[in-house]
Design a protein around this ligand. Structure first.
Ligand code: BGC
Length: 736
């Protein structure tokens, strides 16, 4: 199975010119050596030493019951004491997937902010994402951290999920390959990466008690498959279990998720750490949890004080205590944390890291609309008005534990607070102002700025300009879902009014999730720049002026209406007060979310199943050139086809291969993709491998493929598909 995924990856790597192939995991001998070292260290541990690695404390002077951190603990997300006598290093943990965390503003040293997860997802470029992981992993190490709480792998089941921006996509294959590569990059620095939040953490509303109901088959074919692929490719040292419940069991105390799926079926050798404040009982140890994070956030120090007592009276706990240590030690040795100690204060080349963030942002920007080639803008434009979105200041970033404190701090920080008790949160803009970048690329133009707070001055300026560029922002954060898909603060009305005043209106979106665009037909062009990271302003200007040919493709569906979603009302949204922590309002409060409505058919698959059309479908993205993908030939295990740049300028596209039916059954699934860079007129033959799990059903005895006809098609996106090639496949069944 791993082989087929790697083949798919290699095909992509070759198509992107990604360079030397990567190995999916440490060579077998290293992994075996790690097991042997872990076993030897475990044997040498004294009973009290077995309680060191099994829990962390939060090295911060905050929280309900603050711990006293030892002097060597670094301000971050967690600290695990090492065992110096045995040469076992302390574990120093930091957030997160997009760069080194801001930690409620306590860290003032700058870090490189990568573009958001969705922006990375929109690159469809595993090599780029791996390099991003390597970059932030390097910074983690240089700041003295050896565990990076990265690897966000949840699928976008609901576009209103406040953490959508952190994750890669709505599709298990795309997410699995990208997150696996991010983890490989992070761990290439002799540090541990997590993959998180396992599993089905699909909404923030009531996140600590929402009970997700889903059938085993639907879970295995969607969210769990993304984790399975990510773990196979990235081999993360740790899995972070989620806050929510799955089929009545807390994810961090789910025998099914942890013992059956992860450890038995996937043969995972690393350790399971809890999310912060997610452990409610010692019993979680028997259900497969190995490490209690920030123990002071939970009702008790279950994995220190309580487990020590339990291990004395109950051999099941004694065995688990050994197993917990064995797994944590394995992660330490497999990633060489003992050999290459994290070196606090090592120099960071912010220029080079910023360059990578810039390249990633450029590849992730998606051109959504381009009426009569309104873009790229001519550098000779005489007058441009730039409106709104703090475009004179910087680019927006997402909030919560992935918030990165950029070099020299944020350009603007707007506290979110008032009565909501969320004063630790703020909307932050990174120091990369689109306005300055636009001025640089259009030196001959008169470029004005209007902040967009009032409609009249924006309209007045737009009327007399050649081009109006409106920056529309939508901030999102961990802990809070979006009530709907509109742009907040009257921005829709502003865009309508400006577009009515100037037909040459270009909209630049900086959003953490899909949005509706009631004004779409009145605009000349629209680009989705997501949260574009440390050098986002330059990336946006580069696309606007054609220095960069846009090549991003949507990693998520932009629905046409909230009514089209499987759950038009997000569970709890209208009944619970905003509560960042997501705890129940009363101890016996209940909240459930039924994921069996869509089952494994998330996003484009839900639309295909129900005959809906998106505002912009999964996989969509325009370019300043055009491409053809033809000549599909497949035997159901691998496929080949030819991609050609049939336009006039060089550019990159993402070839997408979909399963479209299985006999009479309509069944759409992305089964392969390849990002291809081509000069004008150039063509290339592309090979992809098809992982059989993407054609299969999960049932009681594992995966199975029924004998029959399977239809495949190349797609410009999930809705625009080429001719169907049908292959007859024999029946097949296998375990994992
Ligand atoms: C988040 C995790 C994060 C942890 C530590 C939790 O609230 O869900 O993603 O890694 O905090 O900051």
């Amino acid at each position: 199975m791993l082989r087929s995924i790697m083949m798919a990856y290699l095909a992509t790597a070759l198509a992107t010119g990604a360079g030397a192939p990567l190995s999916a995991a440490p060579p077998r001998s290293d992994a075996d050596e790690a097991s042997a070292k872990a076993e030897a260290a475990l044997r040498a541990m004294r009973p009290e030493e077995k309680l060191a690695l099994t829990h962390s404390l939060m090295p911060l002077p905050i929280g309900p019951n603050p711990a006293t951190p030892p002097p060597e603990a670094i301000t971050g997300a967690g600290y695990v004491a090492g065992i110096p006598r045995l040469g076992i290093p302390a574990l120093t943990e930091t957030d997160a997937s997009l760069g080194i965390g801001y930690v409620f503003g306590l860290r003032k040293d700058g870090a490189t902010a990568l573009p958001s997860g969705l922006a990375q997802g929109a690159t469809w470029n595993p090599d780029m994402v791996r390099r991003g992981g390597a970059t932030i992993g390097f910074e983690a190490r240089a700041k003295g951290f050896n565990v990076l709480l990265g690897g966000g792998a949840n699928l976008m089941r609901d576009p209103r999920n406040g953490r959508t921006f952190e994750y890669f996509s709505e599709d298990p294959l795309l997410t699995g390959i990208l997150v696996g590569n991010a983890i490989q990059g992070i761990q290439s620095n002799n540090i541990i990466s997590t993959i998180k939040h396992y599993a089905l953490n699909g909404q923030e509303t009531g996140r600590k008690f929402v009970n997700v109901k889903i059938s085993d088959a639907a879970a295995r074919e969607s969210d769990l498959l993304a984790f399975q692929l990510g773990i196979e490719i990235g081999r993360p040292g740790a899995v972070m279990c989620a806050y929510n419940l799955v089929n009545d069991a807390p994810a961090c105390a789910s025998d099914y998720l942890l013992n059956t799926v992860l450890k038995r079926d996937w043969r995972y050798k690393g350790y399971v750490m809890s999310d912060w404040g997610a452990v409610t009982s010692l019993d979680a140890a028997l259900k497969g949890l190995d490490h209690q994070s920030a123990a002071e956030y939970d009702p008790a120090r279950f994995f220190e004080v309580d487990i020590a007592k339990a291990a004395k009276r109950d051999p099941r706990y004694a065995r688990r205590l050994d197993d917990m240590n064995r797994r944590i030690l394995w992660a330490i040795y497999a990633n060489g944390l003992d050999k290459q100690r994290a070196s606090r204060g090592a120099p960071i080349d912010f220029e080079a890291h910023g360059q990578l963030a810039l390249e990633m942002a450029k590849q992730g920007i998606v051109l959504l609309r381009n009426r009569q080639n309104a873009l790229p803008l001519a550098r000779t434009a005489k007058s441009i008005v730039v409106i709104g979105g703090y475009a004179d200041t910087g680019v927006l970033s997402g909030g919560g534990s992935t918030q990165v404190h950029g070099q020299d701090g944020p350009a603007a920080l707007i506290p979110i607070g008032g009565d909501s008790g969320l004063t630790a949160l703020s909307q932050q803009y990174h120091r990369s102002a689109p306005l300055a970048a636009i001025r640089k690329l259009a030196p001959a133009a008169d470029v004005k700025f209007r902040d967009g707070r009032y409609v009249a001055p924006a309209v007045h300026a737009a009327r007399s300009a050649d081009v109006a560029i409106i920056f529309a922002t939508k901030w999102s954060t961990e802990g809070i879902d979006q009530p709907d898909l509109t742009l907040p603060s009257g921005q829709d009305a502003l865009i309508e009014a400006v577009a009515a005043a100037n037909p040459n209106t270009i909209v630049v979106l900086e959003t953490g999730n899909p949005v509706l665009m009631p004004w779409l037909d009145k605009t000349a062009a629209v680009i989705e720049a997501w949260y574009p990271g440390a050098r986002g302003g330059e990336a946006i200007a580069s696309v606007l002026f054609g220095e960069t040919n846009p090549s991003g493709r949507l990693p998520v569906t932009f629905p046409a209406a909230v009514a089209d979603l499987p759950r038009p009302e997000l569970d709890g949204m209208n009944t619970l007060e905003t509560n960042f922590v997501g705890s129940p309002p009363t101890p016996d409060a209940k909240l459930s979310a039924n994921y069996d409505i869509e089952g494994s058919d998330i996003g484009y698959r839900w639309n295909a199943r129900t005959g809906r059309k998106a505002l912009f479908p999964f996989g969509f993205g325009l370019s300043y050139t055009s491409f053809s993908a033809t000549g599909l030939s497949t035997d159901g295990r691998k496929a080949s086809f030819t991609v050609k740049n049939i336009g006039k300028v060089a550019g990159a596209t993402v070839a997408q291969l979909y399963l479209v039916n299985r006999g009479a059954e309509q069944k759409q699934r992305l089964v392969g993709f390849a990002r291809v860079q081509l000069d004008a007129g150039e063509s290339r033959m592309v090979d992809v491998s098809i992982d059989p799990r993407l054609l299969a059903d999960w049932g009681q005895s594992g995966w199975s493929i029924p004998a029959g006809n399977f239809g495949f098609a190349l797609g410009e996106n999930a809705e625009r598909l080429g001719p169907v090639v049908t292959v007859r496949l024999p029946a097949r069944a296998w375990k994992d």
